[in-house]
Design a protein around this ligand. Structure first.
Ligand code: AMP
Ligand code: MG
Length: 434
């Protein structure tokens, strides 16, 4: 291994800096879509509160609205009215009286707390606070505007729209939301051995599984995949395919980046004037990974943030590219580790880092001595019925990074740090879910 290859951390820093630069420099186009189809999209404009939230002081309990001082005196309070959710605010409530109230209903003027139904002794038409309890003003009430005030910025551009953000937008009356246009990611698979998935491979051929897998990964990360025709392992085929790929927002090439005689991707990229940020990383699988950028052909759908809104990006606009090693597990791992963060930045997201999480190792995992390599082993993470235990993870036995059978039994990559020789069962480890 050439000594000058970056470590995982070094390579990731290069990718993260590039992604941060993209976010600073370029703004994606904006489109307006219905809230109902906004899950998974990136918010493009500030979402503001259309009113105070809650718009009226609201009871959080079924019970009785009253003055805290009256309740805490433990005297019998006559029930003088009733409000359920959906009714207009009632009152005013006179001193030494109580008002029946339901969860979500507006508090009558004059009341400053809600005593829970379960905490009173009811007798005829009066209630009395249980002797063991006292009340304070504000108890079981959410004040008008406690959550936010009319005009407040509730969500800012770059936020991923998930069910929680959809609920907030809905509560503020947004039936449409502005989101960033999805990046278009060209997927170029290379290799003389590849046949389409509906073909029966002749001896020596295999089906092109990476095109389908990468398209699914790209879609999973909020972008539109554009699968190009597979390129043969010839300079001419690659030149033609790369010319087509220049019209997308990002390029994923699969295969042809190792050191073999038919690994012709890097020279083809170089002929096009591509710039390389790294060509190889000390990881396993995925060591031959190439990260670079090349000139975009045609109109850029991004706005340069330093220019006036509405002008397109400068002509030296480039698109990021990844040359992923062709072995399917290598392709998937390098996509998740390095390409996905760049894709997230291109999509306008502020949340770009891989989400490594902790799990507990279920069995000892030996690693062969591979000094300096960070490894990402296909593994199965199982969640447990208790909230007190970490998920358990075990690596899946595999026959190398082409073993799709093993890969399909996995749901994560187990990280073996470069300095770890042996990981003991029970130890806490990092995983990347996929
Ligand atoms: P390469 O990176 O081109 O040297 O390919 C490494 C290994 O991955 C070889 O065994 C290839 O046959 C396999 N491979 C390359 N591209 C694909 C693909 N699109 N789908 C499935 N396997 C592939
Ligand atoms: Mg190949």
């Amino acid at each position: 291994m050439p000594p000058d290859l970056p470590s995982y951390e070094q390579a990731f820093r290069i990718v993260a800096e590039y992604a941060a630069g993209l976010s600073q420099r370029l703004k994606p186009q904006i489109e307006s879509i219905e809230l109902g189809s906004a899950a998974g999209r990136i918010l493009a404009s500030t979402l503001r509160a259309d009113d105070d939230q809650p718009p009226f002081p609201r009871s959080t309990r079924d019970g009785y609205a009253c003055r805290a001082a009256d309740a805490s005196a433990h005297i019998a309070l006559p029930i003088v009215g009733s409000t359920h959710a959906g009714q207009p605010p009632a009152g005013p409530l006179s001193e030494n009286s109580a008002w029946e109230i339901m969860t979500g209903a507006p508090i009558p003027a004059g009341a400053d707390c809600v005593v829970m139904l379960e905490h009173v002794d009811k007798s005829g038409n009066t209630i009395r606070l249980a002797a063991s309890r006292t009340m304070a003003p504000g108890d079981n009430i959410v004040a008008k505007g406690a959550q936010s005030h009319r005009g407040d910025r509730l969500l800012t551009p770059g936020v991923l729209i998930d069910p929680a953000q959809i609920a907030l937008a809905a509560s503020c009356g947004y039936s449409m939301v502005e989101v960033f246009r999805r990046p278009r990611v060209a997927i170029l698979t290379t290799g003389d051995e590849l046949v389409p998935i509906d073909a029966t491979p002749e001896p020596g051929k295999i089906r092109n599984s990476n095109a389908s897998m990468l398209a699914a990964l790209v879609a999973q990360f909020g972008a539109d995949p554009l699968v190009l025709p597979t390129a043969a392992d010839t300079a001419e085929a690659l030149d033609a395919a790369l010319a087509q790929a220049q019209r997308s927002d990002m390029l994923l090439i699969s295969g042809g980046v190792s050191a073999g005689k038919y690994d012709l991707v890097e020279p083809a990229l170089a002929r096009l004037g591509a710039q390389f940020h790294f060509t190889g990383v000390k990881i396993q699988p995925g060591k031959p990974l190439v990260f670079g950028e090349m000139k975009r052909a045609g109109f850029s759908p991004y706005t340069n943030r330093s220019q006036t809104e509405g002008t397109s990006a400068p002509e030296e606009d480039s698109i990021p590219l990844f040359g992923l090693p062709g072995n399917p597990i290598s392709s998937a791992a390098t996509f998740l580790l390095f390409a996905a963060p760049v894709l997230a930045a291109l999509a306008g997201s502020r949340d770009i880092y891989p989400r490594f999480v902790l799990a507990q190792l279920a069995r000892d995992t030996d690693r062969k001595a591979r000094p300096g390599l960070t490894r990402f082993l296909p593994a199965l993470c199982t969640f447990n019925p208790s909230v007190n235990a970490l998920p358990q993870v075990a690596s899946v036995p595999w026959h190398g990074s082409g073993d799709l059978t093993a890969f399909a039994q996995s749901n994560c990559f187990l990280v073996i740090p470069e300095d770890a020789a042996h990981l003991e069962a029970g130890s806490t480890v990092r995983i990347l879910l996929h």
